[in-house]
Design a protein around this ligand. Structure first.
Ligand code: MOS
Length: 741
């Protein structure tokens, strides 16, 4: 650790601000409507943009004529996104794919102008169903040689792809000898699990306001990564980074769908450049669901071999996933990463379909992966007449996860679990549990500035964005802790690339990545303040500490100066320090966007209690308990709130959400929030969250994100509870009344 790094933090119990449930600093603005979202940005002379989307699922574009649209009064710019004849952009591969964009004086004119764009399509055969797409006679989604090498969002495609028609196969992980492991097993459980496509439904739809001027480009965008968007824009429009500014204030979630610029973002900037005016483009709810990415559906075949004592001898996972027209629909590493097993073969096949591209969504891969695998482990426990918790304790090498299960089982009342299907009466109750697993990542490229001004006020600045998860408050807490102030004394300036480059808000890494440089910067500023105060008080700087708004002598707390008295004597108007997360990872590559894995076994266990009405088929989740490891809980209330969100999203996935495609038209038939059901207040169970404090002192704050882990165990815990209630194993999502009856 470099000499100008602060020492590790003590446990939360010894801290004044960190670890406290400080109310959200921006909470009042959020609930009173004062928060400014991207859709609220309206620069003078702003134009309104719309995208023209193809109505066909597969077509060759012969010609586009936008003459009549351009001629319409009030239309200021038209950008053609599809080039007829081009093997990539000249092809429509899913219904809803954008082919042109235009900007007009009003939304009504933009809408009217869309109808005037003439597109000559040559319709081609298409396939929207994964099973259909695998067939050898299925229409190819991509002609040979035109398929993308990776996902447009940058989500990594599996390495070593083998191609066959619409299928791209890759081995995820391989060790030992699976055939020998299965032969040596006393028991083999085998099953096929299916999961549906879950569409992104951010509370705030995707939105951008682009303003191209001679001085440079300013973009307001609802994004999970301002610094990343800036890089993308600079590259796409050949601008120096210094002439690109990306800003976001309030945000209503992203969940993985707002990580990159996207076609709509590029179109808005191109329109602004063409029109010489600011342009706003906001996706409608239907556009959001069809074309902002989705969690791919999967088809997973599992074989698990075990000895009589539960020891695993073999794991074999053969999975398929639909990423639509993109790659990267994996099932993650769940099957191979959680339990001890010497023989393993996991492989995955991405299947192209004529549907909107999949993309990252909250714990991508591991959510469908855990749904299958954690049920198979329960099935194994049943076959071996072992308790599901006891079996996991036997095969899970992680002491943290074992501790989570121990705490959870005691608190949830696991001991009262009855044998499957033993309830009498039409409403049957059951309980189940499932393990989650996720790695904790930190972004290397994460910088933060802390500035103390002459009047004693303090600013913390970074381009990091608050997507709704609460980093604003946590940053204030981090800096306040160091400076001996209150969180509300700190002015947080984030979500703007004029500040030092912050981390993305994806991969559950915001808090882990930005709080260490914030703390380091504050600590370096404090050292300068202590030197100033030491001179005035006639003591050594290391005899001083900052506490409760004062700089005081540690061994004589009555002696000291108010924080503002020290800053009033500064020789400059302010002092500031910038710290970067790169400092404490000197050994890693320093490429832009690099991330490192800080911990492999960030766990999390969930227990669920359900009541299944065997006359209506309705599953009601009554209670969910989550025990979640989070390193250092920086703000317990905010973390609990995020775990609530993870559970609700998981419950919604388990019971309701389902993208339905029409095989005859190739379109999504339920792109709205009426026919696409999302869990609401009525379906919300009682939720209990236990946070496991877990300090390793291996980072400057020891804090890890839990956004993704909190979403992994819910669906399998509910499925295992349903099995316990009615004796039926739910191998397909969503778990609808029809599946129960
Ligand atoms: Mo998330 S899928 O890392 O936004």
């Amino acid at each position: 650790m470099p000499a100008d790094e602060p020492p590790p933090l003590p446990p939360n119990a010894e801290l004044a601000v960190i670890g406290r449930s400080v109310p959200r600093l921006n909470g009042r603005d959020k609930v009173t409507g004062a928060t400014r979202y991207t859709v609220d940005i309206a620069p003078r002379g702003m134009l309104h943009a719309r995208l023209l989307r193809a109505p066909l699922a597969h077509a060759r574009i012969r010609a586009i004529d936008a003459g009549a649209a351009r001629a319409l009064d009030g239309v200021r710019a038209v950008v053609i996104l599809a080039q007829p004849g081009d093997p990539l952009s000249g092809m429509v591969r899913y219904a809803g794919q954008p082919v042109a964009a235009l900007a007009a004086d009003s939304p009504a004119i933009a809408r009217a102008a869309l109808d005037l764009v003439r597109v000559d399509y040559e319709a081609l055969p298409f396939v929207v169903d994964m099973e259909d797409a695998r067939a050898s006679e299925a229409p190819p989604v991509y002609a040979p040689g035109t398929a993308p090498a990776g996902h447009p969002s940058g989500f990594p495609a599996p390495a070593g792809l083998a191609r066959h028609g619409n299928v791209r196969a890759a081995v995820i992980d391989r060790r030992g000898d699976v055939a020998a492991g299965l032969a040596a097993a006393d028991v083999v459980v085998e099953g096929t699990y299916r999961t549906q496509v879950q569409t992104h439904c951010c509370m705030e739809p995707h939105a951008i306001v682009a303003d191209w001027t001679e001085d440079g480009l300013t973009v307001h965008m609802s994004t999970q990564f301002t610094a990343g968007i800036r890089h993308e824009l600079a590259a796409a429009f050949q601008l120096p980074l210094s002439r690109v500014r990306v800003v976001v204030d309030g945000m209503g979630g992203g969940f993985g769908s707002k990580s990159t610029l996207g076609t709509y973002g590029r179109a808005a900037v191109a329109l602004s450049r063409a029109a010489g005016a600011p342009v706003r483009l906001v996706l409608t709810r239907a556009e959001e669901q069809v074309d902002s990415g989705n969690r791919p559906g999967t088809f997973q075949h599992l074989r698990i071999g075990a000895r009589r004592d539960g020891t695993l001898t073999a794991i074999e996972l053969t999975s398929h996933g639909t990423a639509g027209v993109a790659l990267g629909a994996g099932v993650g590493d769940f099957a191979g990463a959680v339990y001890r097993c010497p023989n393993l073969l996991t492989s995955h096949r991405d299947v192209f379909t004529n549907a909107g591209p999949g993309c990252a969504m909250r714990a991508p891969g591991n959510v469908p992966g855990a749904f299958a695998f954690e049920q198979a482990i329960d099935e194994l426990a049943e076959r071996l007449a072992l308790d599901p918790v006891a079996l996991r304790d036997r095969i899970d090498p992680s002491p943290v996860r074992r501790e989570e299960r121990r705490i959870g089982a005691a608190r949830f009342g696991w001991a009262a679990r009855h044998p499957p299907g033993s309830d009498r009466g039409p409403v049957k109750r059951g309980i189940g549990m499932a393990q989650s697993h996720w790695g904790a990542h930190v972004q290397i490229n994460a910088a933060c500035e802390v500035r103390v001004l002459r009047d004693g006020s303090v600013e913390v600045m970074s381009s990091v964005q608050d997507i709704g998860t609460g980093i604003t408050t946590v940053l204030a807490q981090t800096v306040a802790e160091v400076l001996g102030l209150r969180a509300e004394d700190i002015t947080v300036r984030i979500g703007d690339t004029i500040f030092p480059s912050g981390p993305p808000s994806y991969g559950s890494r915001t808090t882990a990545s930005i709080t260490p440089p914030a703390r380091t910067a504050a600590w370096r500023v404090l050292r300068r303040l202590l030197a100033e105060a030491a001179q005035r008080l006639g003591v050594a700087p290391d005899a001083l500490i900052a506490r409760a708004g004062r700089i005081i002598v540690r061994d004589d707390p009555a002696r000291g100066l108010a924080f503002g008295e020290v800053t009033a004597r500064l020789r400059t108007d302010s002092i500031s320090e910038v710290a970067s997360r790169a400092d404490d990872y000197a050994g890693f590559g320093q490429r832009y966007g690099d991330a490192a894995t800080a911990r492999q076994d960030l766990g999390g266990v969930q227990f669920a209690a359900v009541a299944v009405d065997t006359e209506t088929g309705i599953i009601r989740v009554e209670r969910v308990l989550a025990v979640q490891d989070c390193g250092r809980p920086m703000n317990p209330r905010q973390i609990e709130s995020q775990v609530h969100g993870g559970i609700l999203m998981g419950l919604s996935y388990a019971l309701f959400e389902d993208r339905i495609m029409d095989r005859h038209t190739g379109r999504m038939v339920n792109p709205d929030l009426e026919q696409y059901k999302i869990a609401g207040p009525y379906e919300t169970p009682a939720i209990d969250v236990v946070l496991l404090e877990n300090y390793e002192a291996n980072s400057a704050t020891d804090a890890y994100g839990i956004a993704e882990p909190a979403n992994i165990a819910t669906a399998p815990a509910i499925a295992n509870a349903v099995r316990n209630a009615i004796g039926i194993r739910m191998r397909r999502l969503p778990m609808t009344p029809a599946a129960v009856l």
